[in-house]
Design a protein around this ligand. Structure first.
Ligand SMILES: Cc1ncc(COP(=O)(O)O)c(C=O)c1O
Length: 413
């Protein structure tokens, strides 16, 4: 007889917390203090941000890196840098954070959704192909949860239709495929350093590229339309000040020392948990395609088929939490179902175009299924601990499954 669920009064599998985030120490203190004491706090005064840009871009197979205030603005500037006309259609997944699509609208372009694949949770290239119209100009694949999107297939579609591709790599620092590191797999890529991310300075973003012209355009766009040969009060483009500050640059330089080791640990632990979980009925961890050589595991994401498992997702999540394993169902609905899209609350953007858009007709069954019934997320920091942490996590899933009948009964009450 298996032990009683903690939710029903039994002893939890896990009574200690998992690794907390962020991780920092003397290295970060010294570097940030150095930047503070230098008195050079702005990007144009010091060397921290420029050093970070070079190091981060090089780690991701790129010649150019442009640090930006956050990963939402970097996506928008990437779209603007490419010089796409207002009203261009940009294909994005419906299963992603708001910014992947909101950045498109804030660049005065039209997000067009293409469904994700139920095995990898990434943009399905067949859905991308089906979403192309004469107005399509760009695709934004997201390396969701840190798993590399099918970039070879997406780039082949882009070449065929002459489209720009911007990787949304907000979850994928240090991830790679057989074709190279994320960030270098298309014309441009956008990263985020917001608090929860695998590399963080609280708030921050960065664009990578190997295209000198795009790099110059992004640099100008993030610096009030200035150009390298211009004088200080000379502005060539409509834009704003989106520069990252030196204190954040200093923190990122120190954190970057940890990234490679942390990414290896997350990848090893993530693969280990996926191997252990895959034989539990109804549990389907994100699949790793053959081309993936490193998953950044910003999230360990899986699908729960409640019928196969024998209890519904909401109850399983409650039970896992009670066992000491923090987890969440993730997004509550696909992006087109967000009030912003339902109400076309696009502010001053897309004049003359917004009224003709209707995001309520099309359906994205895979994304809807993940949101409404099946997705479960475990956060990245849990994967930085020792193997016993992963064994405890597995044991919690196993215990919940062993007690599925009692759990299903509890959930019906
Ligand atoms: C997939 C994705 N894209 C873009 C962003 C935006 O990044 P930021 O929060 O730095 O603006 C996020 C952040 O959560 C994200 O998860």
């Amino acid at each position: 007889m298996s032990q009683q669920l903690a939710l029903l009064g039994g002893r939890p599998v896990r009574e200690r917390p998992f690794t907390s985030w962020p991780i920092f120490g003397e290295r970060e203190e010294a570097r940030v203090l150095g930047a503070l004491r230098s008195g050079r706090w702005g990007r144009l005064d010091g060397k921290e941000v420029s050093e970070f840009e070079e190091r981060f871009a090089a780690m991701h197979g790129c010649q150019y890196g442009i640090a930006i205030v956050n990963g939402t603005v970097s996506l928008r500037l990437g779209l603007m840098a490419a010089g796409l006309e207002a009203g261009s259609e940009v294909i994005v997944p419906p299963y992603t954070f708001f910014s992947t699509a909101s950045a498109v609208i804030e660049a005065n372009m039209v997000p067009v959704f293409a469904d994700v694949d139920l095995a990898t949770f990434n943009l399905d290239p067949r859905a991308v192909e089906a979403a192309i119209t004469p107005r399509t100009r760009a695709i934004i694949p997201v390396h969701f949860a840190g798993q590399v999107a099918d970039m070879d297939a997406i780039m082949a579609i882009a070449r065929k239709h002459d489209l720009l591709v911007i990787e949304d790599a907000a979850h994928a620092h240090g991830a790679s495929s057989k074709s190279g590191p994320v960030g270098s797999l298309s014309q441009l890529a956008s990263f985020s350093f917001q608090s929860s991310k695998n590399l963080t300075c609280g708030e921050g973003g960065l664009l990578t590229t190997n295209d000198a012209k795009l790099a110059a355009e992004c640099r100008s766009l993030h610096n009030c339309g200035r150009i390298p040969t211009g004088v200080w009060y000379e502005h060539h483009l409509i834009s704003g000040n989106y520069r990252l500050g030196e204190l954040q640059g200093a923190l990122l330089n120190a954190q970057l020392e940890r990234l490679d080791e942390q990414t290896k640990t997350r990848d090893a632990n993530g693969q280990y948990l996926a191997r252990r979980l895959k034989d539990l009925p109804g549990i389907h961890p994100q699949q790793r395609p053959d081309f993936c050589t490193r998953n950044a595991y910003h999230l360990f994401m899986l699908r729960i088929d409640g019928r196969e498992f024998g209890a519904p997702r909401a109850a399983i999540i409650e039970a896992l939490r009670a066992e000491g394993v923090p987890c969440s169902p993730g997004y509550g609905f696909s992006l087109p179902q967000q009030p912003m899209f339902r109400n076309r609350a696009f502010g001053p953007y897309l004049p003359g175009i917004a009224e003709g858009l209707d995001y309520q007709q099309a359906r994205y069954p895979n994304s809807d299924l993940l949101c409404q019934e099946q997705a479960l997320w475990l956060e990245q920091a849990m994967f930085l601990g020792p193997r016993e942490d992963i064994d405890d996590t597995y044991r919690a899933f196993e215990k919940v499954h062993e007690n599925r009948t009692a759990l299903a009964e509890w959930s019906r009450r």
